[in-house]
Design a protein around this ligand. Structure first.
Ligand code: BGP
Length: 489
């Protein structure tokens, strides 16, 4: 079966503001929940730098995989001897014209980026948005329009203005729902005439803890209350967006790295079912518009006594259902009875090779996941992140021969094409993570590179920031110009 994709298929790349944009002191941007997060590595997890009332410094681990609780009395503090990658990232803020031109050179017709919430509302609570912040994204979108590239805007990618985190304990408070809806409304009114596709949140099923959700406690009651408030915020935004932008399409992005039972032992199979529900919980509520029956068992397992819901919430969830289901897919893992419920990495699979960061490579898992999500929700899907983090060795001209990345992408895109052409899964498009090298979310490293374009910068932010296309750049260009047919070559 040919790998050629349907006409109008959206081809592009995806990024997140605090990993890509920088410009932390520019255009009146306020502090963001990630600004106090250090770099790290696979062996040394990233952490926040915080000060206790007695002056002592604490370092709570900060990734969503390892999210330590942050004491109520701890205040964020910048330390001179720490490096904070979000401040400059790879400086898209000053390189956007060059980067968009490079993306257009590959034939992208869509570019997924996230708006930095604290660039629009520096504390999250201003009466009026920050005009200079809006102008930056105006400039970005207008630049994209020159190349007929449309935006896919992530309204909130694992972040919030620091003020909202500290003042309200992040998403545990319904005050943050109001702040988010006001922020989303500002984006709809300002960019709605140029943006049809929106994502209300990024990896909502995986985010937790202080950096991603502003919540000091990353487990149990607080985590699931925060999730409920995010469901309501998303549904309100979807409803409002549909009203303000005719023809708009809304998704939320879910982390959908697949899980397999480690064995066919019934206990492992049942654990697998329950672990899958750790993700379905989010997709079912947002994609179908109501809490599923199994939620009671799941919440009990997570020591949640009772979620606070307002009487109108059920109706809001029903009316604010997603139009499409977006997900990230990088890997799969295995699970067995007795494993932790929050098992992001999961166990490895003896049948699969792994990347240097231990992520199993499983292209068929992508086809499986596309089918599984569509079978269940019956709404179009959108693959908004997929890619391979690898150590690239650049030559003296900064050129990288990344055949391993080409292999990874070829196999995954072929599996995607089979899901679309053979299994008939409706899929709006594919945005690869991340077209230009940027800072890793989980480790804060630069050397975990994903891009088609090499950026001269090291793990501590040193380098010229010069952009150089890798071998995969021209390969991807050819795939896009043939709308997938070249995957057969
Ligand atoms: C997803 C996030 C991204 C991103 C990507 C790759 O979880 O939505 O922000 O970074 O994974 O992960 P990492 O950067 O940790 O390799």
């Amino acid at each position: 079966m040919s790998k050629k994709l349907p006409k109008g298929f959206l081809w592009g790349g995806a990024t997140a503001d605090f990993q890509y944009e920088g410009g932390f002191n520019e255009s009146g941007r306020g502090l963001l929940s990630h600004d106090y997060e250090t770099d790290g590595s696979k062996e040394h997890p990233r952490h926040h730098t915080m000060k206790m009332p007695d002056g002592s410094i604490i370092e709570p681990k900060s990734s969503f995989i390892l999210a330590d609780s942050v004491p109520t009395e701890a205040e964020p503090v910048f330390l001179d001897d720490e490096y904070y990658p979000s401040h400059n990232a790879v400086d898209f803020y000053h390189h956007y014209k060059e980067d968009i031109k490079l993306m257009a050179g590959m034939g992208f017709n869509i570019f997924r980026f996230s708006v930095c919430w604290s660039r629009i509302f520096p504390t999250g609570e201003e009466a009026e948005p920050n005009a200079a912040g809006l102008k930056f994204y105006d400039d970005v979108i207008n630049e994209m329009a020159k190349y007929n590239m449309e935006p896919l805007i992530t309204i909130c990618h694992d972040e919030m203005p620091m003020n909202l985190a500290l003042k309200y304990n992040g998403w545990t408070s319904r005050k943050v729902i109001d702040a988010y809806v006001k922020y989303a409304k500002t984006l709809f009114e300002h960019f709605g005439n140029r943006c049809k596709y929106w994502l209300t949140f990024n990896e909502i099923n995986a985010v937790r803890g202080f950096g991603p959700t502003g919540v000091r406690n990353s487990e149990g009651q607080d985590r699931y209350q925060a999730d409920h408030n995010m469901f309501v915020a998303s549904a309100k935004a979807v409803k409002l967006g549909h009203k303000l932008i005719p023809g708009s399409q809304f998704g939320t992005m879910f982390a959908m790295s697949g899980a397999y039972p480690a064995t066919c032992k019934p206990e492992d199979m049942f654990h697998y079912l329950q672990e899958k529900r750790e993700n379905w919980y989010f997709i079912d509520i947002m994609g179908r518009g109501y809490y599923p029956e199994y939620a009671a068992e799941l919440l009990q397992r997570h020591n949640v006594k009772e979620l606070h819901m307002e009487p109108e919430d059920a109706q809001i969830l029903k009316e604010g259902q997603l139009d499409y289901i977006a997900f990230s897919y990088y890997r799969s893992n295995t699970t067995k009875a007795g494993d932790d419920w929050f098992n992001v990495g999961g166990d490895s699979n003896p049948y699969l090779k792994e990347t240097p960061w231990g992520w199993p490579v499983d292209p068929l898992g992508l086809r499986y996941t596309m089918n599984e999500v569509y079978d269940r929700i019956q709404k179009p899907i959108f693959i908004v992140e997929n890619g391979m983090g690898a150590v690239d060795k650049a030559d003296e001209n900064d050129y990288v021969e990344d055949d391993y990345r080409i292999d990874y992408l070829k196999d995954h895109l072929s599996a995607m094409a089979d899901a679309i052409n053979i299994d008939h899964v409706p899929c709006l498009g594919y945005t690869m993570w991340a077209p230009i090298d940027l800072v890793s979310l989980s480790t804060g490293e630069m050397k975990k590179r994903y891009g088609f374009v090499y950026v001269d910068m090291d793990d501590k932010g040193h380098g010229t920031l010069k952009r150089t296309p890798k071998k995969s750049y021209n390969w991807m260009k050819h795939i896009i110009e043939t709308n997938g047919s070249a995957l057969d070559e």
